[in-house]
Write a protein that binds this ligand. Structure first.
Ligand SMILES: Nc1ncnc2c1ncn2[C@@H]1O[C@H](COP(=O)(O)OP(=O)(O)OP(=O)(O)O)[C@@H](O)[C@H]1O
Ligand SMILES: [Mg+2]
Length: 322
């Protein structure tokens, strides 16, 4: 079953003060996300990620195109009941405490008394807010507010959550916590759609990603299909070597970086048989420290996609006049 489907979704904002003209922030986005998937919407600043999520939550309306969430149009009562949303900049009633705020939202979802208290306490535990739950939100740090926002998105035990930059403002421990929460959601069958520019998080969490550049989807698919997993070379670290021993490998060495203390990081091209090089260096007194295949990362792929599109047709995005 599809949790989310968009068909040629397009959004023009009206820009300019005297003469309003349309500016195309999202251009014909067609996406499908299966139920139970963790889908990453990636793209540089201004690519249209937040615009997409706002359209899905019906905070803004499309210029054209169609959206189906859990088989319904956005804003359908079933969608409101079953979906959760973490906005990019969650603004809160800042004189309330985290506990009071979540209690209030839980009331909107129809939870009462003991059930409401239990849900709020469990979510605050889940997102790692301890004693600070009784602190006015205006006194909370950015990372703490992000955690409150995440707890808020999960109040209704959603089947589908949309998270706009869930890792923003979090320190490494906070990011690890959020990763664990997202994996926990996936394990209970919840579909997660999140936007990010932290590619390592996307690589760790997503089954599929879409890359938006200048309002257009330039790539979408499984990470395993997108990243050529063939080895781009070998990185060999050997100890106990000298220049002469390295010289024996000759032109097969792409690069050799001295690491100090007779240790070298040696890059070999992909065609090379690393065993043969290791054996050659061992014979000259070298000791193998590590041998790693070098593969393209999502980051390499992302940078290539963005660079290929920079200055392309999506760059000047004012909609042509009719
Ligand atoms: N209300 C608005 N009016 C006019 N232009 C807007 C409006 N909101 C967004 N834009 C423009 O639309 C484009 C896409 O913005 P959007 O916020 O969706 O990007 P994003 O991918 O979320 O970026 P970021 O990574 O910085 O959050 C940007 O060029 C932005 O300036
Ligand atoms: Mg954004």
């Amino acid at each position: 079953m599809l949790a989310l489907e968009t068909d040629r979704l397009t959004k023009d904002y009206a820009v300019g003060f005297w003469r309003r003209r349309p500016y195309r922030a999202l251009d014909g986005l067609s996406l499908q996300v299966e139920a139970g998937e963790v889908f990453g919407l990636l793209g540089p600043n201004g690519a249209g990620k937040t615009t997409t999520l706002k359209l899905l939550m019906e905070l803004i309306y499309p210029t054209s195109g169609r959206i189906a969430i859990l088989g319904h149009p956005p804003g359908h009562p079933e969608v409101r009941r079953r979906a959760g949303f973490l906005p990019e900049a969650p603004y809160f009633y800042d004189y309330l405490t985290a506990e009071e705020l979540l209690s209030y939202f839980a009331g909107l979802f129809g939870l009462r008394d003991g059930a409401r208290r239990a849900r709020v306490a469990a979510l605050l535990d889940l997102v790692g807010i301890g004693g600070e739950r009784r602190l006015a939100l205006r006194k909370c740090s950015k990372g703490m507010l992000q955690r409150v926002g995440l707890a808020q998105a999960l109040l209704n035990e959603p089947d589908l959550v949309f998270l706009d930059e869930p890792m923003s403002g979090l320190d490494p421990l906070g990011r690890r916590d959020v990763r664990a929460i997202v994996l926990g959601l996936r394990d209970r069958g919840c579909t997660v759609v999140f936007s990010s520019h932290i590619l390592s998080d996307a690589e760790a969490l997503c089954s599929r990603v879409g890359i938006l550049v200048g309002g257009r989807l330039v790539a979408a698919g499984r990470l395993s299909d997108m990243l050529a997993f063939e080895v781009e070379g070998w990185e060999l670290v050997m100890a106990g070597l000298d220049e002469a021993a390295l010289g024996a490998l000759g032109s097969r060495v792409r690069r050799a970086t001295p690491l100090g203390g007779g240790r070298y990081a040696i890059e070999l091209p992909p065609v090379d048989d690393p065993d043969c090089a290791v054996a050659g260096l061992r014979a000259r007194g070298g000791r193998l420290v590590s041998l790693n295949p070098m593969r393209a990362t999502l980051e390499d792929y992302f940078v290539r996609q963005v660079e290929a599109r920079a200055g392309g047709p999506a760059a000047g995005r004012t909609v042509p006049e009719r």
